[in-house]
Design a protein around this ligand. Structure first.
Ligand code: GAL
Length: 394
């Protein structure tokens, strides 16, 4: 299969800190044999994409002059089918993994989870998978898996964590509002003898080193955001004009950042541009602004930038898909056409984003694998419960 056909789709996955780049079917198979059953759950949403692509293909068939689009649509459907096939192959592997986790041991253990805020598309998928995997695959009791909404407020979240500690939870999985609070939170957990798995927002290296030096039961599970940034830049390099639509010798872009305190935002910003310059392109940053991972902010920032810079804007880099979906609304409202007079890339591979790639309304995204990350976080929590040694970063 040619993964580039339906648009550009690369994957960054949390298998250790090194990810796997998906550009060929072989790469895809390598990725999915490493994935677990949850990938199968993606199947239904991806299948929806396939169905709509096929329906479109049916309409197009009626008009012979559109035969080329028809071929493209069929190719897309094939890619999606292939994706599903590979996903199915992983089902068995996942069952084995879940059995190995030893369901009986954890039935009475309590897991406290706090998410930085519930109102975040990607973290919603992540938390749903955490809940599903812990209960359905690992055998935790539903009432023993409690997930709290940090509401974007560190003080509120610290309170929630204190409550988990008072109620003697056995292990915590935390997506901090501010990664810089990790030392304080880690000490609270350490004092109570409760192991902690941090997810998504990485504490700094000094803190991670401290866990090793002081033998603290804490770990971080996440993707390497450098990689997703690099893939975004490469996706632009793989377009016909390498991002230089107007041929003036430089790629003029706007950068919509997530929360700039978050390493994900910093690395994606830095490495997306670095991939362009490493690829020999000159770049011009027209604007960089924080959009806090938020769709409405992505829309507003793009709308303002298009008013200010007009056709100068050749590439809209968004640190995530939610902001890119907002950017797309502004781009369409301004009468611009994706992949013709402007490029747009995001990260996460939300279903809506993937659909937009298929429809030609997104240039690309990068798969931020919430399945693997959620499952890895749950697995490390179980390792702590079993008293096994856990690496500081996974
Ligand atoms: C990123 C993700 C964003 C947002 C953020 C929250 O990894 O791409 O969409 O969810 O985490 O910290």
């Amino acid at each position: 299969i040619n993964w580039k056909k339906p648009g550009l789709f690369a994957a960054g996955v949390a298998f250790g800190t090194a990810g796997i780049k998906i550009l060929t079917s072989d790469d895809a198979k390598k990725l999915y044999t490493n994935c677990t059953a949850a990938v199968l759950r993606a199947k239904s949403c991806v299948m929806k994409t396939a169905t709509s692509v096929q329906e479109n293909a049916g309409d197009i068939l009626a008009e012979a002059k559109q035969i080329n689009e028809d071929r493209a649509a069929e190719a897309e459907a094939e890619v999606v089918d292939d994706y599903c096939e590979v996903a199915e192959e992983t089902e068995e592997a996942a069952e084995t993994a879940a059995n190995a986790a030893g369901t009986a041991d954890v039935a009475d253990k309590k897991v406290g989870i706090s998410i930085y805020k519930f109102d975040d598309n990607f973290m919603t998928l992540y938390r749903q998978e955490l809940q599903r995997y812990l209960t359905e695959d690992l055998g935790f009791k539903a009432e023993n898996v409690v997930i709290q909404d940090g509401k974007g407020d560190q003080a509120e979240q610290t309170n929630q964590i204190n409550n988990f500690i008072t109620q003697k939870y056995d292990v915590l999985i935390l997506n901090l509002v501010q990664a810089s609070s990790a030392p304080e939170i880690t000490d609270m957990c350490k004092e109570a003898g409760i192991p902690v798995v941090y997810i998504n927002r990485e504490p700094d290296e000094a803190e991670e080193q401290r866990w090793v030096d002081e033998k603290i039961n804490a770990t971080y599970v996440g993707c390497d955001a450098r990689q997703s940034g690099t893939y975004q830049g490469e996706e632009i390099l793989e377009t016909e004009t390498k991002g230089d639509i107007n041929g003036d010798g430089k790629v003029s872009y706007i950068m919509i950042q997530g929360d700039p305190e978050n390493v994900d935002a910093q690395y994606r910003t830095e490495f997306s541009v670095k991939a362009l310059t490493d690829g020999g392109m000159e770049v011009e940053e027209l604007l960089m602004q924080r959009g806090d991972w938020d769709q409405a902010k992505g829309q507003q920032i793009t709308q303002d930038a298009l008013t200010q810079f007009g056709e100068q804007v050749e590439v809209v880099f968004c640190n995530n898909d939610a902001m890119a979906l907002g950017a797309l609304q502004a781009i369409q409202a301004a009468g611009r056409t994706i992949n013709k007079d402007i490029y747009l890339v995001g990260v996460d591979a939300l279903t809506d984003a993937v659909q937009n790639i298929v429809d030609g309304n997104f240039t690309g995204t990068v798969f931020n694998d919430h399945f693997s990350q959620a499952q890895e976080a749950a697995a490390q929590a179980v390792n702590f419960l079993k008293g096994e040694e856990v690496e500081p970063v996974n």
